[in-house]
Design a protein around this ligand. Structure first.
Ligand code: NDP
Ligand code: 8X3
Length: 253
């Protein structure tokens, strides 16, 4: 039975891999991101390859009115979202707090925390009225351990962890599943974004060990959302085998 799956930040990395995984399974997809051209290209590709329906919503998660308008105007047959994957997010910079750029802090807080809240606020009431739904929030090992110079990014992911717990408690009477997935190092556009286009510095992050791929994370998320109705994975940490936690990665050479 096909489900309606809404994935934020589906234009690259983990979100794109998740969308491809659910597309392969025949689910209907709502995909979001700021890059409208990529959304359209992926929409056409998955509709063609898998014969599924894909709704592309170009949206900047930082702007509450944009998010509300995009989701409140959903066509009738797209309103019953079964699975929401709150994935859109980013890190900007890796500097000590006293040298941090407050504009970067605003972007991370507005995207990773407030954007996640805005989308959840419009989607969750429908799930609650239907007494059915699953919300997957993408945290990070950065939520579990604060690392040097990670300050505000780590704080936003700690907030995602706290909000996942809050959703689990508040939505408990309605049978809504809430899963927080905390990946370690995944090679995506994440570090290129963090280092503002410095691809050499970004590549160094993943040298000397085998990082996770976005597909690895997508497979785990797909598993979490494919369990029987009475089974819920609440909190899940996955890392490359070479990574113990946010602090320790065993690199060769
Ligand atoms: P990518 O940079 O590859 O993907 C990030 C996605 O978020 C893109 O689709 C981007 O779309 C979207 N996004 C960013 N800002 C906004 C915004 N303002 N409005 C709408 N969409 C936005 O990185 P990842 O796939 O690695 O990251 C996905 C999630 O996983 C993030 O929450 C990240 O914190 C988390 N994570 C990543 C890890 C890693 O090592 N890579 C490890 C642990 C967690 P667009 O640019 O088109 O707007
Ligand atoms: C992304 C993983 O360790 O680069 O959340 O912050 S890390």
């Amino acid at each position: 039975m096909s489900r309606i799956v809404c994935i934020t930040g589906a234009t690259s990395g983990i979100g794109q891999a998740c969308a491809a995984r659910y597309a392969e399974a025949g689910d209907k997809l709502i995909i979001t991101g700021r890059r409208a051209d990529r959304l359209q290209q992926l929409q056409a590709e998955w509709q063609e390859r898998y014969g599924i329906q894909v709704l592309a919503l170009p949206v900047d998660m930082r702007h509450r009115e944009q998010v509300e308008r995009a989701f409140q105007d959903l066509p009738e047959d797209w309103r019953q979202v079964d699975i929401l994957i709150n994935n859109a997010g980013l890190a900007l910079g890796l500097t000590p707090l006293h040298e941090g750029d407050p504009a970067d802090w605003d972007t991370m807080i507005d995207t990773n925390i407030k954007g996640l809240l805005y989308v959840t606020r419009v989607i969750a009431p429908g799930m609650i009225s239907r007494r059915k739904g699953h919300i997957v929030n993408i945290g990070s090992t950065a939520a579990k351990d604060t690392y040097p110079n990670g300050n505000v990014y780590c704080a936003t992911k700690r907030a995602v962890e706290a909000l996942s717990e809050a959703m689990r408690i508040d939505f408990l009477p309605y049978g809504i599943k809430v899963t927080a997935v905390h990946p370690g190092a995944v090679e995506t556009e994440f570090s290129v974004v963090r280092f503002k286009g410095d691809t050499r510095r970004a590549a160094q992050v993943y040298q000397g060990f085998q990082p996770l791929t976005a597909d690895d994370v997508a497979e785990v998320i797909f598993y979490c959302t494919s369990l029987p109705p009475h089974v819920c994975i609440n909190d899940l940490v996955l890392t490359p085998t070479a990574q113990a936690n946010a602090h320790f990665i065993h690199k060769n050479g």
